[in-house]
Design a protein around this ligand. Structure first.
Ligand SMILES: C[S@@+](CC[C@H](N)C(=O)[O-])C[C@H]1O[C@@H](n2cnc3c(N)ncnc32)[C@H](O)[C@@H]1O
Length: 214
């Protein structure tokens, strides 16, 4: 019972954080566009692929993903914040993208219409740290699906107080901002191959993996 209450709180805390952030999100995310492109490139998407955009926010990755899967491919996405999702929806309507399917849903409850070849986790820390959310996402992945992740992490432990900075920087965005030692390890546990490297002077990471084959 306690655990269920905690989970509900993390979702509610995150929704509240993004209520304040949604309007300025796209402007503030501009400086991370090169890293976003690099992360999407790790998915090695090809025409006709179906790709999942986890916690898609305002849909800032949709255009890049569509370019990579072409007109015969599809982008499937979900986002739990009503404020962020509304902007994603406006983007899709404005652009008239018929091969983007998305829903307003938590990662724990999302239900996708088909299985995917690849999964993007771009700055989705709270989702990546939630085993139930990851288990639900994996239900919609084809055997051997490709994974790419980017996000925030703590500096190495020996940098000491620097991690106070990492925590403070992440708290406005993440309900689980103290859980930054190995933010990829729940996703990694579903993979047969996985590799990560540091970005942003050690305060970020980028990772690539392949899900276990059935
Ligand atoms: C830093 S934003 C990243 C958005 C997008 N992936 C991007 O690259 O621009 C994190 C997003 O994850 C969403 N989120 C957090 N927890 C979630 C959950 N449990 N289920 C679905 N979305 C969630 C937030 O609402 C927010 O839009």
């Amino acid at each position: 019972m306690t655990q269920m209450t905690n989970k509900a709180n993390y979702n509610a805390i995150s929704i509240e954080k993004y209520r304040a952030k949604a309007a300025d999100y796209d402007a503030s995310a501009q400086f991370t566009m090169p890293l976003r492109r690099r992360t999407i490139a790790l998915l090695q998407l090809k025409p006709g692929d179906v790709v999942m955009d986890v916690g898609a926010g305002t849909g800032l990755s949709y255009a890049l993903l569509r370019d990579a899967v072409g007109p015969t491919g599809r982008v499937l996405a979900f986002e739990q914040s009503p404020d962020m999702f509304k902007l994603a929806q406006q983007r899709v309507q404005r652009e008239g993208w018929s091969n983007v399917w998305h829903q307003e849903s938590s990662a724990e409850k999302a239900a996708l219409p088909e299985q995917v070849d690849a999964i993007l986790f771009n700055y989705t820390h709270d989702i990546s740290r939630t085993p139930d959310a990851i288990a639900n996402i994996m239900r919609f992945a084809k055997s051997g699906a490709r994974i790419a992740m980017a996000g925030v992490k703590f500096f190495p432990w020996w940098t000491g107080p620097l991690n106070l900075l990492a925590w403070a920087k992440n708290r406005p965005y993440n309900a689980k901002a103290a859980d930054l030692w190995a933010p990829w390890d729940i996703v990694q546990s579903h993979c047969e191959r996985f590799a990560w490297e540091s970005t942003q002077w050690g305060m970020g990471y980028i990772a690539q993996g392949r899900l276990k084959t059935a």
